[in-house]
Design a protein around this ligand. Structure first.
Ligand code: GLN
Length: 340
């Protein structure tokens, strides 16, 4: 376990009077428990470079509102963030096109797999939400508008590096290439949306942007740092710079809660109770608004494509800190709740 302090512009924290050491020991404790787990899910093998990742890895990083970073396990090893990147591209696209985004993408949970094509036909090529693959491909198309793919990809990478304050974050070209070569389902989704006029750029260019942002490689520590603006009402607490309006930060969190884990979103809300976004690389970014930005990584995923142990770890973290958004800190007329 190690701690660092980075925020110059910290926001008020309230974690039931828990001290930094408490949070640090909770993080270390959870990592130690996860090291013992035997049911670790299965590593995604449909993206060839991910197939060989050791399922024994586990990393956890928690950046609290006061700027402290608590990390344990393999929190400094880079992994493929995959669909977690959709949070950042949505944020970027909202800044670029604003609420017009919602003319082309919905805001409802899909209840289907991340790469499902069935709803697209009955819903006229408008994806259910920006976190299923089809929705993220439309968002990539918006970021691409008027640019070369290389420029759009560079912009996304720069944005993520800026959020984390870390220039070492990179795109794993081997992962992007593998998806480009074998992403037939994504190609089908993109072609289908193009047929409904919901894609403005050539299919292969929009897909190129999508595959490259999915191939961003980050560690838990970098990912938790990148997510800070979502716990802090849209402001990067280290730089004091506004990333999005408070209203947009709140709405992105709402979408993460309702749609961030595909057809496992209900289960995630039930067990963890935090906005979260998963990726098939086994990463999850979870936000405890006002309290913390959290990244967990365990490469084995479950049937819904979400990190098996990542969810267990976050469930324990939310329980032990009392950070679930459904677990209010104070209720008028009642003593402050302390987590069981
Ligand atoms: N790049 C992956 C895909 O398109 C992202 C899926 C995911 O992480 N859920 O299949």
């Amino acid at each position: 376990m190690d701690e660092c302090h980075r925020f110059k512009h910290g926001v008020a924290t309230g974690c039931y009077g828990k001290t930094m050491t408490d949070i640090g020991s909770i993080v270390a404790e959870i990592a130690a428990e996860m090291a013992q787990a035997t049911d670790r899910g299965r590593v995604a093998d449909y993206i060839a470079p991910l197939a060989g990742i050791d399922p024994a890895y586990f990393g956890l990083a928690v950046v609290t509102a006061d700027g402290a970073c608590h990390a344990a396990g393999n929190a400094d090893i880079s992994f493929s963030i995959q669909s977690v990147s959709k949070v950042f591209t949505l944020t970027l696209a909202l800044g670029r096109v604003g609420d017009r985004i919602w003319d082309r993408v919905g805001r409802e949970p899909s209840g289907t797999a991340f790469n499902s094509i069935v709803q697209l036909e009955s819903e006229q090529g408008v994806p259910r939400n920006p976190f299923v693959n089809a929705g993220a491909i439309v968002v990539a198309d918006m970021i691409l508008a008027g640019h070369q793919p290389r420029v759009a990809i560079g912009e996304i990478l720069r944005f993520v590096r800026g959020l984390a304050g870390d220039e070492a974050i990179y795109i794993d070209e081997a992962v992007a290439r593998a998806e480009q070569e074998t992403g037939f389902r994504n190609a089908a989704l993109a072609n289908y949306m193009r047929a409904f006029d919901n894609l403005n750029n050539p299919v292969d260019l929009a897909l190129g942007v999508y595959f490259h942002h999915c191939a961003i490689a980050m560690s838990c520590r970098q990912l938790a740092l990148a997510g800070r603006y979502l716990m802090a009402r849209g402001v990067n607490p280290e730089t004091g710079k506004r990333v999005v309006s408070p209203e947009r930060a709140r709405r992105i969190n709402a979408l993460m809660l309702t749609c961030g884990h595909y057809d496992g979103s209900g289960e995630f809300a039930f067990r963890v109770g935090l906005p979260g976004k998963s990726g098939v690389g086994g990463g999850i970014l979870a936000i405890a608004p006002g309290h913390a930005s959290i990244a967990v990584w365990s490469p084995g995923i479950n049937a819904s494509g979400n990190s098996q142990l990542g969810m267990v770890a976050l469930e324990r973290l939310a329980q032990r800190t009392g950070w679930s958004v459904f677990d209010p800190v104070s209720i008028p007329g009642q003593p402050q709740q302390v987590p069981a």
